[in-house]
Design a protein around this ligand. Structure first.
Ligand code: FES
Length: 429
């Protein structure tokens, strides 16, 4: 039985301005199981983007919430999400990461399913009763909930969950700021980043929206930018942090780097400036000056609870990560950009995707090292029981370098894991 007191995983004293998280939240297996049942089995989770299914029959397969999922478009064009487990005896039905298929054939006994999930054929069909599969028991099992917002598709394994739009709450404004970067539609750019980190998944949540670590952890990158581009140092960044509801949070800021949408920097060359200005003018005409400035020039790190991060900076990176164990996660990241983007801008975007956020880039190796250091600290220094996240606690307008956005995540996380069913001990006699 768990000896974790779930009510005491946070230590919050608003008057004193203290917000602390129990370090056992990163290492304890009972807490990890509670996260599975209360978070990954109940929250809306990012599945994929419409652009990944460009044709009838397009499919991708990927892990989501501990399940293997087929995300596909059937021959009529309808989008589906199926559990990639054969209804016969459980084998993986589709073993390819992506492709195009009118049918899926299970390799184990040869059952055949249409792209709409319906069982089409099975060897030895004459041996089955006439009414077999009348109720669909031999069809692929659809994920209980599948919904989209602005071409971003999400699934939920809780059939009773609120709608996706209700769940997303204030995060819809920030998905709009990504979607509106294109006049013709955003698209996922091929070339997925996949890597693993020997640390708890919540450390990457914190890191992804932490505006406080950049100057020290990524000093090398900012020196490089200053030397290469003659741009402002990170200390000149201005912005804010917001709680978007339901555990979602964002930091939004002006930053020294170029943005392929329409934020020109000298390193791109004077000859490109007019082209970028023209894109910005079109955005102003469509969205107004203030909103166009946010779309084109501001950067953002958005967390959609629990584990979708959109880093909208010198490129736009979508990142998800799932824990395999309390101290091990697997990360997947995609670049997304306007489908009408010019080649040189696409090249710049991909440079940004690799140069800073890539597993071999300026930022990610440094971050991974820090996260793994933290994880080792939790395992080794058990007498040090708390992490501090109090920075900016009582400020009316939290800044990007405060920890308001990280507290937003933890408050929601705590509200959910507390609901985990408790094991009631049986007493003899
Ligand atoms: Fe798929 Fe038997 S497990 S056909």
């Amino acid at each position: 039985m768990s000896d974790v007191n779930f009510l005491k995983l946070l230590d919050v004293d608003r008057d004193a301005g203290v917000f602390r998280v129990a370090r056992k939240s990163f290492v304890d297996n009972d807490i990890f199981q509670a996260e599975r049942s209360q978070i990954f089995d109940r929250c809306w989770l990012y599945l994929g983007h419409t652009s990944e299914l460009p044709k009838k029959g397009s499919f991708v397969t990927r892990p989501v919430g501990g399940r293997n999922v087929i995300f596909n478009r059937d021959v009529a064009g309808t989008v589906h999400a199926f559990l990639n487990s054969c209804p016969h005896r459980g084998a993986t039905v589709c073993r390819e990461p992506a492709g195009n298929a009118k049918n899926f054939t299970c390799s184990y006994h040869g059952w055949v399913f249409g792209a709409d999930g319906k069982m089409r054929d099975l060897p030895g069909i004459e041996s089955y009763s006439e009414g077999f599969n009348g109720g669909g028991c031999a069809d692929l099992v659809a994920v209980p909930r599948l919904e989209q917002y602005r071409d971003f598709w999400f699934v939920c394994f809780d059939a009773e969950a609120v709608t996706l739009v209700e769940y997303l709450a204030g995060a819809t404004e920030y998905l709009d700021l990504v979607a509106d970067q294109s006049e013709a539609g955003m698209e996922i750019i091929s070339g997925t980043q996949e890597y693993a980190i020997r640390a708890n998944w919540k450390l990457l949540v914190e890191n992804s929206i932490d505006g406080y670590h950049a100057v020290s952890t990524h000093a090398t990158y900012f020196d490089y930018l200053k030397n290469m581009n003659g741009v402002l140092a990170q200390s000149n960044v201005v912005g804010f942090a917001r709680d978007l509801g339901n555990g979602h949070a964002v930091v939004e800021y002006s930053a020294p780097w170029g943005r392929p949408v329409a934020n020109w920097v000298p390193a791109w060359g004077e000859e490109r400036k007019g082209e970028i200005d023209a894109v910005f003018d079109r955005l102003v005409a469509k969205h107004g000056d203030q909103r166009a400035t946010r779309i084109a020039k501001n950067s953002r790190n958005l967390l959609i609870f629990p584990n979708l991060v959109i880093v909208d900076g010198m490129s736009v990176t979508l990142r998800t990560f799932y824990p395999k164990q309390p101290d091990y996660m697997e990360v997947t990241a995609w670049a997304i950009g306007p489908s009408e983007e010019k080649d040189w801008l696409r090249k710049n975007r991909l440079n940004g995707f690799l140069e800073f956020f890539g597993p071999g880039g300026f930022a990610t190796p440094d971050d991974v090292e820090m996260l793994e250091h933290c994880q080792r600290g939790y395992a080794n220094a058990r007498e040090a029981a708390w992490n501090d996240l109090s920075r900016g606690m009582n400020k009316a307008e939290p800044a990007t370098v405060d920890e308001h956005q990280i507290r937003t995540f933890w408050s929601r996380w705590h509200a959910l894991v507390q609901q985990a069913p408790r094991v009631i001990p049986l007493h003899a006699g």
